[in-house]
Design a protein around this ligand. Structure first.
Ligand code: SAM
Length: 240
């Protein structure tokens, strides 16, 4: 069943023009067609009861069980090219709650201040499509592009900087069952300077290794988010 993140005011479903167009003209939906609307962390099974104006009746509200039991914030240093699109999609599928773009010293791609609102709009579309596809109950937030110095504005219970030169602390050894939130900082293709790693440690981030190989930045995101989400979710299968 096609899923949509929909706004709701009082008891009315408020679709965007794009969503209406998609349902009426792309999917050519008919009366009695059913959809799953996602709103405020719950799923609503709805059915078209009028096509013009488009109106839905709610059949059933279902609790959503697709969110991670922990909040993960990904602090991601801007990558080259269009890797960011891929990372936004995968981070959404892997359950991330917040994505913060970071301009560290070795970032090559720059985003002009005046271009940021438009780019964030496009990033939010990628996130929404990924969230609808994988059945998220909440949309991950992406609101900011920050300088490296501001990373401590996004602290969690446990905070990690994935450092390619780290040889001691392996990420999985640093996870705690009672942590309710994690922040993970991933560097750009050029990696982190030693000054940045020192500053991150002063700001409460632990330097961690993701293994003995140098991963591409997008692979490092996949690796670390998979590990964090798996560690968090396996608790939910322990009793099975
Ligand atoms: N230019 C760096 C070098 O050659 O050493 C590599 C940077 S790597 C392409 C991009 C980012 O991915 C790093 O800054 C780090 O955040 C993460 N990363 C990649 N491999 C890692 C590893 N083995 N341990 C920890 N972090 C890693």
């Amino acid at each position: 069943m096609q899923k949509y993140f929909i706004d709701k005011k009082q008891d009315q479903w408020i679709l965007t023009k794009e969503q209406e167009h998609q349902i009426l003209h792309v999917m050519r939906a008919a009366k009695k067609d059913q959809f799953l609307f996602i709103y405020d962390g719950a799923f609503y099974q709805v059915e078209i009861d009028c096509l013009s104006p488009l109106h839905f009746k709610t059949i059933e509200k279902k609790e959503a069980k697709t969110e991670l039991p922990v909040d993960i914030t990904l602090l991601y240093c801007l990558p080259k090219g269009n890797k960011l699109d891929f990372v936004l999609q995968k981070a959404t599928e892997l359950g991330v709650k917040n994505i913060v773009l970071v301009e560290s010293s070795r970032v090559i791609t720059k985003i002009k201040k005046e271009d940021l609102p438009h780019k964030l709009e496009r990033y939010r579309k990628i996130i929404m499509e990924a969230a609808e596809q994988c059945g998220r109950a909440y949309l991950p937030k992406i609101d900011a592009l920050i300088s490296f110095e501001k990373i401590d504005h996004y602290l969690s219970d446990l905070n990690f900087i994935a450092y390619e030169q780290e040889t001691e602390n392996f990420l999985s050894k640093k996870l705690l069952k009672n942590a309710l939130s994690y922040s993970i900082l991933i560097g750009p293709e050029g990696g982190f300077s030693s000054e940045e790693v020192l500053l991150a440690k002063q700001k409460g981030f632990q330097s961690v290794s993701l293994g003995k190989r140098i991963l591409r930045s997008e692979t490092a995101v996949l690796y670390s988010l998979s590990l964090l989400s798996n560690f968090a979710e396996e608790k939910e299968y322990e009793h099975l």
